[in-house]
Design a protein around this ligand. Structure first.
Ligand SMILES: *Cc1c(COP(=O)(O)O)cnc(C)c1O
Length: 383
């Protein structure tokens, strides 16, 4: 028996779409990119969508457009992927980390204001594991302090607050189409925004800062470059896969929700673990995975538990292996001690991410729970 943590679901449609894109002879700057942007905008309800080469690229473009740099500060959650902080760091600005709150792993909104200084220009959040952060509080602080807000939505396609999709509450939302995420384009990302000028800037800056797109050029090779930019483009092959994946995304999300519910039920009453809070009423989660937090006594033995689950064929993961400020680059650069960001550190140290992806059936969730139960029992105590 094998229950992998994640597996991209690519079928005949994706294969045909890639072949068609190859045969078209147009590998970048083509109709598939446009179709993908339209489809992802329609899925999220975004007025503007700009597809790029990764979520990291989307985050970097969001900050680059703002013109932040050395001397500026940006609030970043401690409990996230290194990319959320790297995107700030790449501009020369300083990420200022805020600890997680223990019930969801999302940024602790009550601690944000204490991290704001006269140098703070912007604020970022991640919707941890697909449960939206407490955006009312975040936006209130942003308004009061005049801060631009970027949502890292790498784990939150399909997650919304009321009628608003994540990524459209703040100023910019950034998505990832890396293979382990909710849908994939192999590598890829997208930025969505309510602001037309942000989308325009991202379109120029994803392609070297050129003043007109390929389609807008009346004469091949004739353009000017009034500003700095990158090559953060998504290819037609990736966009072709993306068009098919967005079509299947509602089904993927439905299956994730079913698996998540089945696993929650199968874990009910299990000793030695706790679960994060579900999304509150009116808030929809995207069920990236189901993370359990081990009791302190078991946390030290997590490597054995993970090993035993692996031997039994159940794939797991850890989100994230350390708070970003404890990763060597940030620790050495900014000198964060081990006792900083204790809530994020405890989640990093003690949690196990269990699979709920659409490659699995609700029936397999009982197996995941049983294998965890056995591993906990054998490791000492729980069960
Ligand atoms: C995966 C992930 C990223 C990075 O996405 P890429 O598309 O690989 O750049 C960024 N932020 C979060 C929260 C992620 O989980």
């Amino acid at each position: 028996m094998q229950i992998p943590f994640a597996r991209p679901l690519l079928g005949a449609e994706e294969r045909q779409a890639v072949l068609d894109a190859m045969d078209s002879g147009v590998l970048v700057h083509g109709p598939r990119l446009h179709a993908f942007e339209e489809a992802f905008a329609a899925f999220t309800g975004a007025p503007h969508c700009v597809a790029v080469s990764s979520c990291t690229a989307a985050l970097h473009l969001a900050w680059f457009h703002l013109g932040i740099g050395p001397g500026d500060e940006v609030i970043v959650p401690a409990q996230t992927h290194a990319a959320t902080a790297h995107a700030v760091e790449l501009t020369g600005a300083t990420p200022v980390f805020v600890d997680a709150e223990p019930h969801t792993g999302n940024i602790d909104v009550g601690r944000i204001e204490a991290a704001v200084t006269p140098r703070t220009r912007a604020l970022s959040v991640v919707h941890f594991l697909g449960v939206p952060a407490e955006m009312d509080g975040v936006m209130e602080i942003a308004r009061r302090n005049g801060l631009f807000v970027v949502e890292d939505c790498a784990l939150s396609p399909g997650a919304s607050i009321g009628e608003t999709h994540t990524g459209l509450i703040g100023d910019v939302g950034c998505f990832s189409f890396y293979p382990a995420k909710h849908m994939t384009t192999a590598e890829g990302g997208a930025l969505i925004t309510r602001h037309e000028e942000v989308a325009r800037a991202a379109r120029r800056q994803r392609a070297f800062g050129m003043d007109r797109s390929f389609a807008e050029r009346t004469m091949a090779g004739i353009y000017d470059v009034p500003e700095l930019g990158f090559n953060y483009r998504m290819s037609e092959l990736q966009a072709a896969i993306g068009v098919e994946q967005v079509r299947r995304l509602p089904d993927f999300l439905r299956r994730r929700a079913e698996n998540h519910a089945a696993l929650t039920e199968a874990l009910a009453g299990m000793d030695g673990i706790r679960l994060f809070d579900p999304a509150p009423d009116g808030v929809r989660a995207s069920h990236y995975c189901l993370s359990v937090v081990l009791d302190d006594a078991l946390a030290e033995r997590r490597p054995e538990i993970l090993e035993q689950m692996k031997e039994q064929g159940v794939g797991t993961s850890v989100y994230y292996p350390a708070p970003v400020p404890h990763l060597t680059y940030y620790r050495e650069k900014y000198g964060y001690g081990e006792d900083t960001f204790p809530v994020a550190a405890r989640i990093s140290r003690s949690s196990i991410a269990l699979p709920v992806g659409p490659h699995l059936e609700p029936g397999e969730m009982r197996t995941v729970a049983a294998v965890l139960h056995d591993a906990l029992a054998r490791t000492g105590g729980a069960g």
